[in-house]
Design a protein around this ligand. Structure first.
Ligand SMILES: Cc1ncc(C[n+]2csc(CCOP(=O)(O)OP(=O)(O)O)c2C)c(N)n1
Length: 652
């Protein structure tokens, strides 16, 4: 490194070690090790404008190794982002500081995504890179031509999601994706040789990536590699051999630099070694000015870009167009006209077919289950290597990466990604779903085969505890529609909610319609509503979701024959119901003392609705491989069994 750039990099090093020391927790090793690489990237390559962190054509910088968050905060502060002040760096890891333990996505802040669960950032970056290609096709290469850089460590690359995401990136030839691999061969337990002996070069090349090995402290090598990556026709990984905790005489190159403060004595030694004469958090003016100049570079290029971009008047906003929303309404009218028994997965496909051409930000896909999830209609066009004019991604059998990539697509520029798999495999998606919910992203999961109703594939494929688990995720809407009209209404809710991801839990089996009359209002928007009552005065409330609403109706009619009267509540979304007014909730739940729930799933999440006196019919065991009607019978989910149990209760 030339002396000048070394000083710039050292500013990152000292800020990082001082912040970790002050917080008395954090990870100094990675920022100190990667400071040289980051300096060269930001100074000579990264296209960004601290004055407008949301510039559409900015390069995206993703810190997948999120524990090294001080690297990102230092860079954002030094280059002049308003979001990160020196004060917030001094408050690293303290309550409400933007400088949280791990980077937390904040719109317009320079923090592009939330990272920390290792490997997630890589999948987000693949989503950003796909987003760039799609947008370029829509707007033109004069306007969209940015790179996505992702900094990943040994840990990120050990995670399975990295394999899934990088494999798809190679397949799609995402040439604008550049990974900076912090190849320091150290993780928490010690040297990575304890657990890995991958041949990285072969690994990346087999994915279809360029692999360039550099000394991560050698400016020329870093520069040349980055330069080469700019015109690549494939994704590129620059494997940077670095020393973790670079600059620390006693801890560099060791696991002890990874995740704890260096200690006052060692920090003093680092200052000596780096010839850094300034006190903690002091960045001398000439160094700060130098960094700020780097930050200013981007504002000029953005200005020119903006002038031209304004002329094409193309905006990608979160708000949906009326034409699109009307096409959903029309589909509800169609559904009430064509009364037939169909699976909700099929209803979902019919809706998609009706709306897909009216929304150019909707990007569909499935993890190799397009035909089963009904996610692809005849109007979709497939996204292929070198052809991003489509709107459908074949993610392959890569559920985890699919969900991480969808987060990236949503973050990139308000794309509305939806992706399908079986509900059982939501377990393979969970870490990314959780991050979508945390980041308030409109990502839609089309999860079909949502109960024992899938039949013969048996307990490995029959979800039981999945709905309960998903319902426990804050800011995630789980929507389980009962028929075609409800499916359309649930899709509308998912699409119209810009800050909440949604799971659509859909059936494989056909369902009789429960809503046959057109309603202008989206009834599912109440979370739960009365669908039928067998008498004005009733004895019990039966709450059900999805496929079991039909079962609840049957049960209600059976009970009426014995003069036990009920109302049937369809509850497609527990979360949305919880948001309703007290009086509405009381109206739904407070009319009778006795309440029961029916859902072909774990009963865990129903207790709060049926109360102590109530009864929940469901499945608290693994499913059964059999034709689906036999499985329902086996688990007592028939109107005869449920009506008999209730009769007994009333005859006591
Ligand atoms: C999914 C996940 N598992 C475990 C962790 C805990 N963790 C944080 S950093 C780390 C080691 C990472 O090693 P490396 O990527 O080499 O980082 P470095 O030591 O270079 O900072 C682990 C296991 C995590 N953050 N995410």
């Amino acid at each position: 490194m030339n002396k000048h750039n070394k000083i710039l990099a050292n500013a990152i090093r000292v800020l990082s070690m001082d912040a970790v020391q002050k917080a008395n927790s954090g990870h100094p090793g990675m920022p100190m090790g990667m400071a040289d690489v980051a300096t060269i990237l930001f100074k000579y390559f990264l296209k960004f404008n601290p004055r407008n962190p949301s510039w559409l054509n900015r390069d995206r910088f993703v810190l997948s190794a999120g524990h090294g968050s001080m690297l990102l905060y230092s860079l954002l502060y030094l280059t002049g982002y308003k979001s990160i002040s020196l004060k917030s760096i001094k408050n690293f890891r303290q309550l409400n500081s933007i400088c949280a333990g791990h980077p937390e996505y904040k719109p317009n802040s320079g923090i592009e995504t939330t990272t920390g669960p290792l490997g997630q950032g890589i999948s987000n970056a693949v989503g950003f890179a796909i987003g760039e290609e799609i947008l370029k096709k829509k707007i033109g290469k004069n306007f969209i031509n940015h790179k996505t850089y992702v900094l990943a460590g040994d840990g990120c690359l050990m995670e399975g999601i990295s394999h899934e995401a990088m494999s798809l990136a190679g397949h799609l030839k995402l040439k604008n994706l550049i990974m900076l691999f912090d190849n320091n061969s150290i993780s928490i337990d010690g040297p990575t040789t304890l657990a890995v002996s991958d041949n990285y070069k072969k690994r990346f090349e087999s994915y279809g990536w360029n692999y360039i090995l550099v000394n991560g402290h050698n400016e020329n090598e870093i520069f040349k590699a980055l330069k080469k990556a700019q015109s690549s026709i494939k994704p590129t990984v620059i494997s940077c051999k670095t020393e973790i905790g670079y600059g620390s005489p006693n801890k560099s190159g060791k696991a002890s630099a990874h995740g704890s403060p260096l200690g006052d004595k060692e920090i003093e030694l680092v200052r000596k070694k780096l010839d850094w004469k300034y006190s903690p958090f002091e960045i001398p003016k000439y160094i700060l000015n130098e960094w700020r100049k780097i930050g200013l570079k981007g504002s000029k290029s953005e200005k020119t870009w903006n002038k031209n971009y304004k002329k094409i008047k193309m905006r990608f906003e979160k708000k949906l167009k009326n034409k699109f929303l009307n096409s959903i309404k029309k589909e509800i009218i169609n559904a009430t006209k064509e009364i037939k028994s169909i699976a909700t997965r099929k209803s979902s496909e019919l809706l998609l077919a009706a709306i897909v051409n009216n929304c150019n930000t909707l990007i569909g896909g499935s993890a190799d289950l397009a035909g089963s999830n009904n996610t692809k209609t005849k109007y979709h066009k497939i996204i292929k290597p070198n052809d991003f004019s489509g709107n459908y991604i074949h993610y392959g059998v890569r559920e985890h990466a699919m969900c991480g990539i969808m987060n990236g697509l949503s973050l990139h520029s308000n794309f509305i990604p939806y992706g399908g798999t079986f509900l059982i495999f939501s377990d393979y998606c969970k870490p990314s779903i959780r991050l979508a919910a945390m980041m308030k992203q409109r990502v839609i999961y089309v999860m079909t085969h949502d109960s024992i109703g899938l039949g013969e594939d048996g307990p490995t494929h029959q979800p039981v505890e999945q709905l309960t688990g998903l319902r426990a995720i804050p800011n995630l809407n789980v929507l389980r529609p009962a028929d075609r009209v409800e499916t359309i209404e649930c899709w509308e809710l998912a699409l119209k909610n810009p800050n909440t991801p949604s799971v659509l839990s859909l059936t494989r089996q056909n369902l009789n319609p429960v809503r046959t009359k057109y309603s202008k209002y989206n009834k599912c928007a109440l979370g739960a509503y009365e669908i039928l009552r067998t008498n004005k005065k009733i004895d019990l409330t039966i709450i059900a979701s999805g496929s079991e609403v039909n079962l609840a109706i049957e049960t209600g009619h059976k009970l009426a024959k014995y003069k036990i009267y009920s109302k049937i509540i369809s509850m497609p979304s527990q979360e949305i119901f919880e948001l309703q007014s007290k009086s509405y909730k009381e109206k739904i739940l407070g009319e009778t003392n006795y309440k029961i729930s029916i859902e072909a799933s774990s009963t865990e999440s129903w207790g709060k609705f049926v109360g102590e006196n109530g009864l929940s019919f469901g499945i608290n065991d693994y499913g059964k491989s059999s034709p689906y009607k036999d499985a329902f019978k086996y688990f007592g989910l028939t109107s005869e069994n449920i009506a008999n149990k209730i009769k007994k209760k009333f005859s006591k």
